[in-house]
Design a protein around this ligand. Structure first.
Ligand code: HEM
Ligand code: HEM
Length: 184
């Protein structure tokens, strides 16, 4: 029997889904931390260039991880949450997860293309990346603007997603958060 403060045990995401989920969060946090910190550093300094490079190198693997995660997700159904949330919450979660996939697949692609069209060179894990496309400053600028606006929306979506996880755990006392935590 459970009382009002007991959190229910339920099925879990697979070990790799859990590892990749938290690794993605770590890289997203580094990418966002670096680009926000860039604003605090004077223009033209090496520290500013380094922060941008950290942003590019933490952000680019996020796209690959999201693709991998999409592949893993297609192999098995999501674990059921116990007790089952109301239908509207299940619908909201489905929409949120789709938005998260769309956002974190699109941001790295937009970022890489913004640099490519801007004619900017950078290095990915020490390997030079350049000449992916014929540079076009106007297209590069537009892609950068879309990247930045979508990234701001991304903060909001991740914030809602994290708040929903806490709501499930501390208010509904269901198995949603436990299903995404590594086994103790
Ligand atoms: C998880 C992936 C990523 C996230 C969440 C993300 C997020 C952001 C954010 C929040 C900003 C600043 C927006 C603002 O100041 O208004 C930004 C700027 C930018 N990002 Fe990303 N980004 C990601 C990946 C990438 C990648 C892979 C690249 C390129 C390799 C990239 C290139 C850029 C560029 C060029 C800027 C503009 C920087 C400047 O002001 O000079 N981003 N990104
Ligand atoms: C503090 C931050 C975060 C917390 C507390 C959190 C928590 C959770 C929890 C509890 C679930 C399971 C939901 C369910 O059973 O329906 C989940 C799933 C998911 N999360 Fe997060 N998350 C966080 C950050 C992120 C970030 C940054 C991303 C995107 C890059 C993300 C993307 C996803 C996706 C796509 C799912 C669906 C399951 C999957 O396909 O892997 N989460 N998250």
């Amino acid at each position: 029997m459970t009382n009002a403060t007991t959190t229910h045990a339920g099925a879990r995401f697979s070990r790799w889904q859990i590892r990749l989920h938290w690794l993605t969060l770590l890289l997203v946090a580094i990418a966002c931390g670096a680009i926000e910190a860039k604003g605090l550093v004077p223009k033209g300094t090496p520290a500013r260039d380094l922060l941008k490079l950290v942003h590019f190198n933490a952000g680019a693997p996020v796209g690959a991880l999201m693709l991998l995660r999409l592949g893993l997700r297609m192999r098995r159904a999501d674990p059921a949450i116990v007790p089952a949330p109301p239908r509207w919450q299940e619908g909201a979660a489905r929409i949120a997860h789709r938005l998260l996939y769309a956002t974190f697949l699109a941001l790295p692609v937009l970022g890489v293309l913004a640099l490519a069209y801007g004619g900017k060179q950078w290095s990915l894990l020490g390997l030079p990346v350049h000449d992916l496309v014929a540079p076009d400053k106007a297209v590069g600028h537009t892609l950068k603007e879309i990247h930045e606006t979508w990234a701001e929306a991304g903060y909001f979506i991740v914030g809602l997603h994290a708040a929903a996880a806490l709501f499930h755990h501390y208010v509904r006392h269901d198995s949603a958060l436990a299903g995404m935590l590594p086994r103790a």
